[in-house]
Design a protein around this ligand. Structure first.
Ligand code: PMP
Length: 284
């Protein structure tokens, strides 16, 4: 495997960043995960929009232009013969002697890797996945795709230990924010699709954005608003979205079956619509 690190293509095992990189010391950086389907970067422009926004919010200079980033992405994919999986891009404020204040002259560090991955199996899709709910202990700017993911890791580990695949995090008012690496959705008893609106409280998933486009086109009734754990437990359907999961049915929350305990009809229709979008290769 080949990785891109600060201007060089290196064997994965030899690819390293400096110990005084601010990403390592302060989690002072951002990242993107772009799905790759049949050699095409899915919704690439939307991912690059979000990357630029994350950098801007943290006042990290864009290390290179979009076209250069796109060229490097393709080169990393080519060198790794990647057809299906995802591209990981990370940018930090760079290397500087440890000091909380921004360094006067650090050069942003750029890392890119790819990973091969198969879409979820038919069996997994037909079973759906269990999630648990946990308090959301993260900071107030979850809209920034920062590499500071410790609360997410702790929650995901707790989910794993409980036999679940995701944790839905719950804010101080009892409303679900999102999953540790996914956005959270429910379908109410009267067939209204609900997901939290994209404020500073959640990461605005690219899968979320792409799916909302499809939802509007398909004439599905939807509301962008917060929902409680109680409302989720009483929902007819539930699912999660992300670049690596696409649309994944949730069939159990905190040990209680959602709807009839099987993936919902609307959920699977939306998954099909999202897969069709990916197949359409509108990504580039
Ligand atoms: N929320 C969080 C906290 C995430 O980490 C992710 C995945 N990066 C998402 C939502 C889903 O975003 P996307 O659809 O862009 O993968």
């Amino acid at each position: 495997r080949i990785a891109y690190v600060n201007g060089r293509y290196l064997p994965h095992a030899k690819a390293a960043v400096h110990i005084e990189d601010r990403g390592y010391q302060f989690a002072d950086g951002v990242y993107e995960v772009v799905p790759v389907h049949k050699g095409i970067l899915v919704d690439e422009e939307l991912h690059l929009d979000r990357l630029e926004r994350s950098l801007r919010e943290l006042r990290i200079a864009m290390p290179m232009g979009r076209e250069a980033l796109k060229l490097i992405s393709r080169e990393v994919m080519r060198r790794n013969h990647l057809n299906n999986g995802f591209l990981y891009m990370q940018m930090t404020r760079g290397v500087a002697p440890r000091d909380h204040k921004f360094p006067a002259a650090a050069k942003p560090a750029v890392v890119m890797t790819v990973r091969q991955m198969k879409p979820a199996s038919k069996e997994k899709l037909e079973a759906g996945v269990p999630v648990i709910t946990l308090p959301d202990i993260r900071w107030a700017r979850r809209d920034i795709k920062s590499v500071s993911l410790l609360p997410n890791c702790l929650a995901k580990q707790q989910a794993h230990e409980a036999g679940a695949v995701e944790a839905w995090m719950v804010d101080g008012d009892g409303y679900v924010t999102e999953g540790t690496s996914t956005n959270a959705w429910i379908v109410t008893a009267d067939n209204v699709l609900v997901t939290r609106s994209a404020t500073h409280d959640i990461l605005n998933g690219i899968t979320r954005i792409a799916l909302l486009d499809r939802v509007a086109a398909e004439g599905v009734t939807f509301e962008e608003r917060p929902f409680t754990v109680e409302e989720a437990l009483n929902a007819k359907e539930a699912f999660i979205t992300s670049s690596t999961n696409y649309v994944m049915p949730v069939t159990e929350i905190d040990g209680r079956a959602i709807g009839n305990g099987h993936p919902g009809l609307l959920t699977m229709k939306l998954r099909d619509a999202y897969v069709a979008h990916i197949e359409g290769g509108e990504g580039t």
